[in-house]
Structures are given as structure tokens and as C-alpha cells.
Ligand binder design. Structure first.
Ligand SMILES: [Zn+2]
Length: 602
């Protein structure tokens, strides 16, 4: 589900002192052109090396390949960090608009800027490595005398998904949250140091720097997110109330009939995706009547055929077939003879069309969808390969994830009939089952996708201090998600650290945006394809009109502010969550019927 491209995790500042020497004469527009040429060449060269090392490391995990990949990552990050600092020289030079945008993007290529003081820089790098390994090595041991029974995050995830034993779920939930308290002190220091680095290149704090990437003032962007959430909140409240009712039927007193839902009962350690509890909330008589997983298994569909089916989808939209190198160099199945990272990902190795996917494909409905999703990244990467190096990225970071998911929304029963996997599509009376399943994934995720950075932005700005880290976290989870912990969580704990993206320092708003945008894209492209069915029954398969619209936007890369790129597909410069509400309209109506007389909210 992830992508690898020009993103930068960290930048060391060892070379920062060097740029001071260049500031004797006032820089000119010609200097800026030359600077950007050097930056582009260097970034491209180093990112190819980084991608190659990363690819080999993930396809052949050993201590040595890990060391090589880490070295390449550091080299790349060091170079971009240095360039970002140097670019400040051109802040007051008059340059063409494209170059101004390139210089701006260069400054924002960093998720974290290390302070120029070498001692502080080193301290920050050490803290980040420790935070990541505390999470990565995190284990919960129910019984210290039995180390073999200790659980890592994969084991925890499985229990949360499958167990229906409330006491056990609570124990495992509390267990995983014992991994993060040791991160608390490191996290507070990380905030201080990374803010210092961000201020050195002209931002108020690290959170303000993250928001600057969205082509609008930070405050205006925060308001945009609130507006989008308000559009979809009524639907979330109904889903929340209905799920709460069903959980109460199942678990009795452990799941109160009113108020917030206990955080450990939703099938996922972070309560961010509720699809695992579908069997507990499944609408009666609305089973879709088929299982794609069963069909794929019965047919013994080889992984290669699943990927070819994905390629055929994009070809049907008018995209050129994938290059020969894609088929020669990708990883499609789990190798028997070595350790690999199986988490599905899409790669753009040379930024010139050497695109690949890496996934351990199984004949399941989930992987069938994942193929369509990952290929979306690859077609995006290929579409913008002729842009200047600094523009070879998505319109904003929400767009890259949204594209693959947009295509996955077109994997409808009708599409499966067209490609011969299903003999006939179930009738409309079965739609509620499909929609419920999808809502437990996509609608349930939205408040979670929003609140992670609500917390972090306030932490970076100082509005939330270490004295209230945990309280502020749970206030937000209550406010947005309507969930609560099983017992009071004090400031000796550090519950945000139990979510990977916090210790790993990956911005999270992109996932909220992708969730909103994919439905907006789907609605616009379905219209271009002339679909007149309800939105959830529309597939853009075989529509050249939808394909050319899509390609027009993809090929722009990040050369223009995202509202202008959004307009190319959606005909508007505003993000619009009403498409989600449209998509789930039949479910919304059905929820009204189920909830008659029940109070929503908490
Ligand atoms: Zn993805």
C-alpha cells in the first residue's frame, strides 16, 4: 500500500556550514537556474541509488543489505537537507514561477529538519533511530517466564481481528500499550529539536512546515479539513451508533448501549478500520451471495493472471501496457528461499519508467484489489516522468494513495462479470452488505485519519505540552472517533506512541485526504464514463473518456498547486466529501431505519 519515491525521512546538517561561504556576492537568477540544475541532477542520481539499495534490501533481507540501504538513505537525506538550506539564498531573487515552485518544494521535501548544530543534529538522529526501534522491536509478554509467548504487533493484530472474547481483547489492547511509555521522554526531545531545525529554514514549527505543503496558509488548511469532516460526520455518527448497538448485543455490559465505544472492541488495535467485525454487524439477508476469494481459489488463479487483469483495467482506460522491465523485475510471489518484505508496495526505481510492484500475491479478494491499487501508483509515476525532477510527485501527498483506491472502487460486481470472474451480478437488494463492509473500512477510518495530525500539530506548536500528551490524545479520540480507553490513561503512559506513524514520524493527513479524494475522483470519472447507476455500482472499466481525464491530471505531477490539478478531474478546485455521502446513500438510508428512535453521538 505504500510507495517509494523522492520522499525524505530525515536530513542531517553536517554540511550546512558549507553554504555560508557562498554568500559573498548577491545571487542572480542565473545562479538560481544553475543551482536547480545541480539539485535535480544530484537528487535524481542519489534517489536512484537509494531506490536500488532499498529494492535489494527488501527483496533480500540481511544485515548487509540493511546497512547498505541505510547508508544510501542517509546520503540522500544529507544532500536534500543541504540543498534546502542553500535554497534560502534565492528567497529574494526574482525567478520564473516554475523555478519559484521548485525552490519551495525543495524546502518542503523534508519531513524533519535536523538543527545545524552538529551535536544537536546527532542527538536527534539517535533519538529517531531509538524511537523507531522501540516500536519495531516492541513486544508484550503476558508471562515473563514464557518469552516464547510474547506478542509482536503482527500477533496483536491477529488477536484483535479474530478474537470475540472481550476480556482477552482488553488484555491484549492494554498489553500493546505497554510498548510505548519508554518513548515519552525521547518524543518530547524530538519535538524540541525538530522544531529548532524547522525554524532555521524559516518555519514556525515542524507542524507548520508540514501544512505548508498544501499550497495554502496553515490555518486555512486546518479549516478546510474541519469543513470536510463536517460534511461526512453525520454519516459517521450513524455508523458509530449502529455498530455500538450491535456490539452491545454481542458483549453486553462490556459494550455500553450509549456513550463512546470501548477502543478494544472494534477489530483493530487503533480502532481505525472496523472491517474485521463485519460478521458482528452484517445486515440480515444482504449477503452479496458470492465470495471473490472463493472464486479465485477455486479457479486456482495464478498471481501473474491477477496482475495481468489489473494491467488490462488500465489498458481499457487507454494507458499504454506496462514495460517489459516491469514483468522482469517485479516481485509477485513470496520466495521460498529467503526473507523479503511482503507488505505490498509500488516502486519507481529510476524515475524514468522502471516501475515495479513488490507483493506476495495470494488468490484473495483483498490482493485482487491491492493489485489494482499498487498499479495506480506505477501508472501515476510513469505519467509524470517527463516533468522536471522536483515535480515528479503527486499533486499533494493525498493524491498518490487516492489514485489506486479510486481504481479499486471500480472493482464492482459488474466489472467482475465483464472480466469473466462472476457469472451474474447480485441484485440491488444485496448492496447493503457490500456497502457496510466498505463503510467499516473507509468511513470508520476518517476521524482517525484526521486526529493523528490534529494532535501532532498542537504538540509541535506547543499548545499540547508533555504534561498533557496522553490527556490531549484521548480528548481527540473521544471528540472525533467517539471511542474511549477501558480505564483512565495517565501521563505515565504514552498511547500515541503505540501507533507506528508517531514514533516513525510519518505525516498522516495524507490518508484522510486520500479517503476523501478517492470518492470525489470516482464520482467525477464515473460521470465522464457516462455511468447512470448508483455510484457504488459504477465502474470506469473500458472508458477512454474517464482514462484521458485521469491521465491529464496524473501527467501534471506536482507542477501546479493541487487545487488546479483537482479541477482537471473534478471540475472544481475544492475538495468535496459529499461524494462519500452520495456513494453510501443507500446505507445511510438503511442505517436510519435500523436506528429509529436511537440517539446517535456520545
Ligand atoms: Zn498505496
Amino acid at each position: 500500500m505504500t510507495i517509494r519515491m523522492l520522499s525524505v525521512v530525515a536530513a542531517a546538517a553536517a554540511l550546512a556550514a558549507a553554504c555560508a561561504n557562498n554568500q559573498t556576492a548577491a545571487p542572480t537568477a542565473a545562479d538560481a537556474t544553475q543551482f536547480l540544475a545541480t539539485v535535480s541532477d544530484t537528487m535524481k542520481r542519489l534517489s536512484v541509488e537509494q531506490n536500488q539499495a532499498g529494492w535489494v534490501q527488501q527483496n533480500f533481507i540481511t544485515d548487509d543489505t540493511e546497512a547498505l540501504a541505510a547508508r544510501m538513505n542517509q546520503r540522500y537525506a544529507d544532500a536534500v537537507g543541504r540543498f534546502a538550506r542553500e535554497s534560502a539564498r534565492f528567497d529574494k531573487v526574482s525567478v520564473p514561477a516554475d523555478q519559484r515552485r521548485e525552490l519551495g518544494l525543495l524546502k518542503l521535501a523534508l519531513v524533519m529538519v535536523t538543527p545545524s548544530d552538529p551535536k544537536e543534529g546527532e542527538e536527534l538522529t539517535t533519538i529517531m533511530a531509538r524511537l523507531e526501534s522501540t516500536y519495531g522491536r516492541g513486544k508484550w509478554c503476558a508471562d515473563a517466564a514464557k518469552p516464547d509467548a510474547c506478542m509482536n504487533i503482527d500477533d496483536i493484530t491477529k488477536v484483535m481481528a479474530d478474537s470475540r472474547d472481550a476480556a482477552k481483547l482488553r488484555q491484549v489492547w492494554e498489553g500493546w500499550h505497554t510498548v510505548s511509555p519508554p518513548m515519552r521522554k525521547d518524543y518530547a526531545r524530538f519535538v524540541e529539536l525538530s522544531n529548532k531545525g524547522a525554524r532555521e529554514i524559516g518555519f514556525k514549527d515542524t507542524g507548520a512546515m508540514w501544512r505548508e505543503k498544501y499550497d495554502m496558509p496553515a490555518e486555512a488548511f486546518t479549516k478546510e479539513l474541519d469543513r470536510l469532516w463536517d460534511q461526512v460526520r453525520p454519516l459517521y455518527l450513524k455508523l458509530h451508533a449502529y455498530v455500538r448497538m450491535k456490539l452491545h448485543e454481542k458483549y453486553g455490559d462490556a459494550a455500553p448501549a450509549s456513550g463512546p465505544i470501548p477502543a478494544y472492541l472494534l477489530g483493530n488495535i487503533w480502532a481505525q478500520d472496523w472491517s474485521n467485525i463485519y460478521p458482528l454487524v452484517a445486515p440480515k439477508n444482504a449477503d452479496p451471495g458470492f465470495s471473490l476469494t472463493e472464486i479465485l481459489k477455486q479457479r486456482k488463479m495464478p498471481p501473474l493472471d491477477m496482475i495481468r487483469a489489473g494491467e488490462r483495467f488500465y489498458s481499457s482506460l487507454g494507458f499504454a501496457p506496462l514495460p517489459k522491465t516491469f514483468w522482469e523485475r517485479s516481485l509477485f510471489i513470496r520466495p521460498m528461499d529467503r526473507e523479503v518484505v511482503c507488505h505490498a508496495s509500488a516502486w519507481d526505481i529510476d524515475l524514468e519508467g522502471d516501475v515495479r510492484i513488490k507483493m506476495c500475491t495470494e488468490p484473495t479478494a483483498e490482493d485482487f484489489t491491492t493489485v489494482h491499487h499498487e498499479l495506480g501508483h506505477n501508472y501515476y509515476q510513469r505519467a509524470y516522468k517527463d516533468q522536471p525532477v522536483l515535480f515528479r510527485d503527486s499533486a499533494n501527498d493525498g493524491f498518490h494513495e487516492a489514485i489506486g483506491d479510486t481504481i479499486a472502487l471500480s472493482v464492482t460486481p459488474e466489472y467482475l462479470v465483464k472480466i469473466g470472474l462472476l457469472s451474474s451480478a447480485p441484485d440491488a437488494s444485496r448492496d447493503i452488505g457490500l456497502l457496510m463492509k466498505r463503510a467499516l473500512e473507509k468511513v470508520a477510518f476518517l476521524p482517525f485519519g484526521l486526529l493523528i495530525d490534529q494532535w501532532r500539530w498542537k504538540v509541535f506548536s506547543g499548545e499540547i505540552t508533555p504534561a498533557t500528551y496522553n490527556k490531549a490524545w484521548w480528548d481527540l479520540r473521544l471528540k472525533y472517533q467517539g471511542i474511549a480507553p477501558p480505564s483512565p490513561r495517565g501521563e505515565d503512559l504514552f498511547d500515541p506512541g503505540a501507533k507506528y506513524h508517531v514514533p516513525d514520524n510519518t505525516p498522516y493527513t495524507r490518508y484522510f485526504l486520500a479517503d476523501i479524494l478517492q470518492f470525489q475522483f470516482h464520482r467525477a470519472l464515473a460521470k465522464a464514463a457516462g455511468c447512470t447507476s448508483p455510484l457504488h455500482r459504477c465502474s470506469i472499466y473500458e472508458s477512454k473518456d474517464a482514462g484521458s481525464k485521469l491521465n491529464a491530471m496524473l501527467s501534471m505531477g506536482t507542477s501546479k498547486p493541487w487545487p488546479e490539478e483537482l479541477e482537471v478531474i473534478a471540475g472544481t478546485k475544492q475538495m468535496d466529501a459529499s461524494a462519500i455521502v452520495d456513494y453510501f446513500a443507500p446505507l445511510d438510508k438503511w442505517l436510519d431505519e435500523q436506528l429509529k428512535g436511537q440517539k446517535t453521538g456520545w
